[in-house]
Design a binder for this molecule. Structure first.
Ligand code: PLP
Length: 372
């Protein structure tokens, strides 16, 4: 049943994004300026949030800058689920701090707060829960735990842009949230990311930090000026977003309602088709409230199923190799649930341009494999 290759994920770019980029090129102001300012305002309006928005060049930089803004440094520890993209871990170690790998709940794949308790030390400064596959079921417990132990919370919401939690958009509530707009995330600005927070100091430090620590450079640039005389108090980075990126992001943001409908309908179709297959387990998510960046199932004989799908020219993935199994982050303790789940998870194609016909091919290939 080999048809054309079905891609796991991809960018979806229209004429609008292309024209928006051309306009920026024509203006010959490519760096950080007006477009970025507007993108930040439009994100804020879309999220209907009082929180401020700081756009940067990647989701990883957003996480790193947020941690820097909290003065997290060598000797500090940050609790983070092992089952996440390597970016979460690298952002923490980039500050000199230690990412402390924590277990997940086997049904929601969200950080397990019972295990987090075991990993708490006097050096723990923050916790980084991950919106795994856009879901953050269990986040209330993270905030209760953080309050009790006086920890800051940096939500890795890289996959969750546009999703809701407790009826409100992610980014209207909480401590610090980081989004990603990389090429295949819910919306893209080519590469890109954002820090969202209600903490004015974190916002100011992030704004300065993305521009080499130059104080109030953001305000200057948005007023069409440059900083000639300034002070720098903290380590900074070249993490700002460019006008070219923001121009793409602004067009993508205009399409988010349609992106939401499409991704939700893809997921709903998968869930309906697969939920009665005994060998497959659907994750315990509130799918109607999230925009799924990836669609993950737990599958019996995962490796063989994966091979079968690849033979049918269907790309699939494993999100993720647990970080505590990597040389740099290897732990001297086992994470049994994470290690077991790692053998079961499989990510099926889920992208804006996936049509019904392709999706039926994916579903049929799975049914063929299990002979159901
Ligand atoms: C994509 C992603 C990031 C990093 O975002 P980039 O924009 O790719 O740097 C971080 N964490 C998670 C969970 C992600 O999926």
């Amino acid at each position: 049943m080999r048809g054309k290759k079905i891609r796991l994920s991809k960018s979806s770019i229209g004429q609008e994004e292309k024209e928006a980029v051309l306009k920026v090129l024509d203006k010959e102001f490519l760096g950080m300026g007006e477009e970025v300012m507007h993108f930040e305002e439009e994100i804020k309006a879309y999220l209907e949030t009082d929180f401020d928005v700081v756009c940067v060049n990647t989701g990883t930089s957003a996480l790193h800058l947020a941690l820097e803004a909290l003065d997290i440094k060598a000797g500090d520890e940050v609790l983070v689920p092992s089952l996440t993209y390597i970016a979460s871990f690298q952002a923490i170690s980039a500050c000199g701090a230690t990412p402390v790998a924590v277990e997940i709940n086997p049904d929601t794949l969200f950080i397990d707060m019972e295990d987090a308790k075991n990993r708490l030390t006097k050096n723990t400064k923050a916790i980084m829960p991950v919106h795994y596959a856009s879901s953050a079921k269990g986040m209330d417990e993270v905030y209760a735990f953080a309050k009790e132990h006086k920890l800051r919370v940096i939500e890795d919401a890289a996959q969750a842009f546009g999703s809701k939690r407790d009826g409100k958009k992610v980014g209207t509530d909480g401590d610090i949230l980081c989004f990603s707009f990389d090429g295949i995330k819910n919306i893209t600005s080519g590469e890109g990311g954002a820090i969202v927070s209600n903490d004015k100091e974190v916002i100011q430090r992030s704004q300065d930090g993305r521009l080499l620590g130059v104080e109030k450079d953001t305000q200057k640039r948005y007023a069409g000026q440059r900083s000639w005389d300034f002070d720098v108090k903290y380590q900074g980075f070249r993490y700002h977003m460019s006008n070219i990126m923001a121009a793409i992001g602004r067009e993508q943001l205009k399409k988010i309602d349609s992106i939401e409908r499409k991704r939700q309908s893809i997921v709903k179709y998968y869930v309906e088709a697969l939920k009665d297959i005994e060998e497959i387990q659907i994750l315990d998510f509130e799918y109607e409230n999230i925009i799924s960046h990836i669609f993950v199932i737990k599958a019996k004989d995962r490796d063989a199923l994966r091979e079968h799908l690849i033979n049918d020219n269907i790309e699939c993935g494993v999100h993720y190799k647990p970080n505590h199994l990597l040389s740099k982050y290897r732990t001297d303790y086992a994470l049994e649930v994470t290690e077991r789940i790692y053998e079961e998870i499989l990510t099926l194609p889920c992208q804006y341009d996936l049509d019904k016909e392709d999706q039926n091919r994916v579903i049929q290939s799975i049914k063929d494999f299990y002979s159901v």
